[in-house]
Design a protein around this ligand. Sequence first.
Ligand SMILES: CC(C)(COP(=O)(O)OP(=O)(O)OC[C@H]1O[C@@H](n2cnc3c(N)ncnc32)[C@H](O)[C@@H]1OP(=O)(O)O)[C@@H](O)C(=O)NCCC(=O)NCCS
Length: 294
Amino acid sequence: MEALTATPQQDALRAEMGRASPVRNGPEEKERIGQFVFARDAKAALAGRLLMRKLIAEELCIPWNEVHLQRTPKGKPFLASNLVGINSNYNFNVSHQGDYAVLAAEPELQVGIDIMKTDLPGSSSIPNFFHIMKRQFTETEWDVIKSMSNEWMQLDMFYRHWALKESFLKAIGVGIGFNLQRIEFNVSPLQLEIGKVYKETKMLLDGEKEEEWTFEETRLDDNHHVAVALGKQEGFAQKDSDVHSMEPNQPQFTLLTFEDLVASGIPVAPEDSAYWDNFCSKQEGPVRQSSHSR
Ligand SMILES: CC(C)(COP(=O)(O)OP(=O)(O)OC[C@H]1O[C@@H](n2cnc3c(N)ncnc32)[C@H](O)[C@@H]1OP(=O)(O)O)[C@@H](O)C(=O)NCCC(=O)NCCS
């Protein structure tokens, strides 16, 4: 599996982003990224698109400016099939939240990725936040979340579960509307060391253990959890080695700077200075009401 992270908050990236945004992505991507209210979100979405283009260009040897990305009706990006040829099952997915954009890709397996940053809720206490989120998790999952020894660790476990659920939803591409009570995670081990890859967590779907899905979890740093869901794609006989071949705890993510992301990039449209000016006028992010800090 290919797994990449990019750090959209770096100063170098900030300086480069507006210049690169219009020229290295296609017109619909340019328009969508231009609509973000906050610069932070535009940069995160841009990093996600650039990760996909870089991956496809380098792994499938499709020139950067000939990569045509489309979306399923539910929004999951995929490579336009007329370009893929024998690689038509090539599957990739990105997530951007907190300080990173992440990508996972697989030649044959279905893949979904989600990153979550553990952060205090903006305007309510942690118990109140959990109350609002009650229906997102099953009783068993809440028992595990609330068994952690303090509120911060409970929040951290909450976001670990969130990333796991979201990774599965993103692998199957369903988006919003899936009954989250149908899926339940039995996380293992309870503590994850930074930088290691864990594959012990199991998922139950409608109460039945799902042996065909593997979940790879990584704690990137103190407060970012990444979950990658890997499942069988229709028409493929999954070899046991596909999902169990990696040595346990093998570091998996490659950290890229913005310069790494665009190093092999080829402009696909002329530079647009009005677009760049619009980007520069955006506020970085919302001003938080709460002064919580960990
Ligand atoms: C897109 C979705 C699947 C996830 O969004 P998210 O977690 O906020 O955002 P992420 O950063 O992880 O992923 C966004 C990226 O996933 C990809 N994506 C979009 N729709 C997707 C879909 N249906 N399936 C898989 N990937 C999708 C896109 O590349 C998107 O990036 P973009 O917005 O810049 O185009 C969205 O439908 C959603 O919000 N689902 C919520 C489901 C829910 O209730 N979760 C609670 C879990 S406890």
